[in-house]
Design a protein around this ligand. Sequence first.
Ligand SMILES: Cc1cc2nc3c(=O)[nH]c(=O)nc-3n(C[C@H](O)[C@H](O)[C@H](O)COP(=O)(O)OP(=O)(O)OC[C@H]3O[C@@H](n4cnc5c(N)ncnc54)[C@H](O)[C@@H]3O)c2cc1C
Length: 372
Amino acid sequence: MSRRVVVVGAGFHGCSAALRLSNQGYEVTVIDKAYAGRHASGVNAGGVRRLGRHPAEIPLAIAAWERWQNMTSIVGDDCGFRPVGQIKVAENNNDMAILNERERQVQNLGYHHEKLINRDELRKRLPALAGHCPGGLACDGDGFANPYRTVTAWRREAERQGACFREGIEITDIEPKGNGWRLSGGEEHFDADLLVNCAGAWAGELCKWLGEPVPLTAEAPMLMITERLSPFLGTVVGATSRPLSFKQFENGTVLIGGGVRGVVDIVRHVAETRLDGLAENADTVVSLFPFMKEARIMRTWAGVEAVMRDHIPVIGLSSQHDNVIHAFGFSAHGYQLGPITGEIVADLAMEREPKLPITPFSIQRFQTPCPE
Ligand SMILES: Cc1cc2nc3c(=O)[nH]c(=O)nc-3n(C[C@H](O)[C@H](O)[C@H](O)COP(=O)(O)OP(=O)(O)OC[C@H]3O[C@@H](n4cnc5c(N)ncnc54)[C@H](O)[C@@H]3O)c2cc1C
């Protein structure tokens, strides 16, 4: 008999869960207070990156990357994925030492996707880069894709497999009902045997209702996009000691993201940019690509993102209820991981051991008392 599942949140992770659960014959309803892709999943920088991942995330990022190669066979659309590579640039010798150590650490774990490149190789790959940069760490095959198109493709495929999407309904209450749950929003009620929490920056509210609070902060990563420029950048660029993501699209526009955050209003569900923060992000770009000083910014925006205290997501079973699965808190780097979340959620729903190692992402890590 098909089990009823309610997924709260129609971001990439909710759509991924919906698709894989529907594939397995579950009766899936996805509920979103806005619409699919309205928040982080639809407005992000589109970076598809294994480079620089937390060690616990590397196996997931590699598995997700394999799915990105085969996106068309999964959802009938390549989602705009362009495997142009990513490079973390060293701005000085200290950065170079950090990257050297990082390459060694990753190789010691048995992975070889991150490779140190010297000044000459860096210059060959990034001719417009400022001359002072001594090298970088490259990950060939990484790249970028189109976020909103991705969410839409996964949502459509989930619908083709039978999932039902209900938009414009905010879940405001969850209570036990029989062996399952009753979720309420507005005038509507949804009964479920299994609840999947993919509520992004609002997932902490659901956790509170379920009796397992988590240290989640809503942050507002900011982006800006330039006018069309002549092609000068064939790969995605990041920095080593300061946050930066920098890429040029086929139409010539350049997307710039950085570490300085905007302002979140979690109650009104909006994120706003801060001019001083955008200026700081722009400064980083100009110091790496001096000619960008003349580039005109056409548009800026910010998105609401769930950031965990330890900057890795929560993926796994609830610690309190055997019919709740969590997948949230992707801490500003969850877009790339979207394709594998659904597979993990489906394994957990079917009480199968997930094929990927998810122990580090357990919600229980926040419940372990600190050692004396
Ligand atoms: C500006 C920006 C740039 C980024 N750049 C990158 C990048 O380059 N590469 C990368 O890998 N990651 C990036 N990220 C991070 C990535 O976008 C997120 O980690 C990922 O999209 C999170 O997806 P999600 O499905 O968990 O959350 P979301 O996409 O936020 O979806 C959660 C959904 O839940 C819904 N919801 C919440 N509460 C309720 C409720 N009570 N009732 C009903 N619905 C509810 C919300 O409306 C929302 O649609 C970026 C994020 C931002 C904001």
